[in-house]
Design a binder for this molecule. Structure first.
Ligand code: AMP
Ligand code: ZN
Length: 114
């Protein structure tokens, strides 16, 4: 989608700080990190929100989670612990409408989230 920030990262028009890439997934450091490690894992295909997922997207979404776990290991936060989350729409605070999984770690996380 031409006016989507994260699609521009996938196409190379904008160059994020990439930590992992394969045919289906891109992972990069968040511009405004909320923890010592804050990485976004996105599908390369544009999907606006979790509400837009369809049957057939199971493997892709599983790939996002598996990618996050592997990155957590590489970042050295796997044993201490980390948080993964996906915000969906306004009340959850979604600001970029291309699905992205947040990987946060490197500090203790509060619960419940705000
Ligand atoms: P959300 O609020 O769940 O939609 O998360 C969007 C995330 O994208 C926020 O954590 C932003 O800091 C992050 N973000 C926005 N623009 C950029 C950018 N150009 N590069 C990296 N991360 C970004
Ligand atoms: Zn997009």
């Amino acid at each position: 989608m031409s006016d989507c920030l994260f699609c521009k990262m996938v196409s190379g028009d904008i160059q994020p700080n990439v930590v992992y890439e394969d045919d289906d997934v891109l992972a990069f450091r968040d511009l405004n990190p909320q923890a010592p490690t804050h990485i976004l894992v996105i599908p390369k295909r544009h999907i606006s929100t979790l509400n837009d997922l369809e049957p057939g997207d199971e493997a892709l979404m599983g790939n996002l989670v598996l990618t996050a776990a592997r990155i957590a290991e590489k970042e050295g936060i796997a044993e201490a612990g980390y948080r993964t989350l996906l915000n969906c729409n306004a009340e959850a605070g979604q600001t970029v409408f291309h699905i992205h999984l947040h990987l946060l770690g490197g500090r203790p996380m509060g619960w419940p989230p705000g």
